[in-house]
Write a protein that binds this ligand. Structure first.
Ligand code: ASP
Length: 308
């Protein structure tokens, strides 16, 4: 059997041991482990990389610990607007949504777009209409409410400050997954509520193919987390892929250059998870921490939060 591999993230930022209580740390590790195991099981049971990343992201969206789906951050007008994308490395097909409200699992909607639409990227009401057509689940506004996120937003709502979910005392984040399946196919998925107190209708890097999310069987699959404005302008995910494709870099070399050098010089805080067509994985970040985990046929499950 070919090598199987999956990596997940739950956001990067100012995450230090001092910033998490032991209970909260345990809760994060548990949520990450469950998402990782569920995603990995899809692969061992012969499922596709697309199915594996979708399920892992659904699990993280359903957890209020992370800034995606349930528990998404508040916009400047006190609402939740979510962005997400999914991409298949075999066909280069992709589905993406921006600014959707009330969708329980935005990543399920991106999968429906990938499969049933001639378009790649839908936003706002059009995306919601598409969701209705394909029976993607909706939830009332209060499903997305989380008391910690509300407090985060209340602290800054009368200012022009908008911030990474994990830059303040409470640490939560965007979620993502990348995987390699038994047929040698790669896939990537990312989902987010964006940044606390973001301007309404602000769109981040997450749903932009090539910026926050990218997959290509000839190189790698990438899911990013961090300050989206920088990740967009640095075209982070595609940059890693290009370094591999055109310069012959290994996955690790490409990730190190983009995340630890180029992004740092540029001022872009964050990180990414990546897997290549041979099943090598990289989980680099230039912030204090990143919620993350990975597993493959050659390596045991690993879940981590801080810098080692
Ligand atoms: N990249 C996301 C955004 O800018 C935020 C995050 O990763 O937490 O919307």
């Amino acid at each position: 059997m070919n090598k199987l591999a999956i990596a997940i993230h739950g956001g990067a930022g100012t995450i230090t041991p001092a910033s998490l209580t032991p209970e909260l740390e345990k809760a994060y590790r548990g949520a990450l482990s469950r998402a990782l195991e569920d995603g990995y099981r899809v692969l061992t049971e012969g499922g596709t990389a697309l199915d594996a990343v979708e399920l892992a992201v659904v699990r993280l969206e359903d957890s209020p610990l992370f800034n995606a789906g349930k528990g998404s951050v508040f916009t400047k007008e006190g609402k939740h607007e979510m962005d997400a994308a999914i991409m298949c490395g075999k066909t280069l097909e992709a589905g993406a949504v921006a600014g959707v409200r009330s969708i329980r699992n935005p990543i399920r909607l991106t999968r429906a777009i990938l499969e049933h639409s001639d378009h790649v990227f839908l936003s706002g009401y059009g995306a919601e209409e598409f969701a209705r057509k394909y029976d993607v689940a909706f939830e009332p506004e209060d499903y997305f409410y989380d008391p910690y996120r509300y407090q985060q937003w209340r602290d800054v709502r009368d200012t022009d400050v908008f911030m990474l979910d994990h830059s303040k005392e409470r640490k939560f984040g965007t979620v993502g997954a990348v995987a390699l399946d038994a047929s040698g196919n790669l896939a990537a998925a990312t989902s987010t509520g964006g940044m606390t107190n973001k301007n309404y209708n602000r769109i981040g890097d997450t749903p932009l193919i090539g910026a926050g999310t990218y997959a290509n069987n000839t190189t790698c699959a990438i899911s990013c987390t961090g300050h989206g404005e920088f990740f967009m302008r640095a075209v982070v995910a595609y940059d890693v892929s290009c370094l591999m494709e055109y310069k012959g870099y290994t996955l690790q070399q490409a990730c190190d250059l983009v995340v630890m050098d180029k992004l740092v010089k540029f001022g872009g805080e964050g990180g990414l998870i990546a897997v290549d067509a041979a099943g090598n994985m990289a989980l680099p970040f230039n912030s204090a921490g990143m919620y993350r985990g990975c597993r493959s046929t050659e390596t045991d499950a690993m879940v981590a939060i801080y810098k080692d």
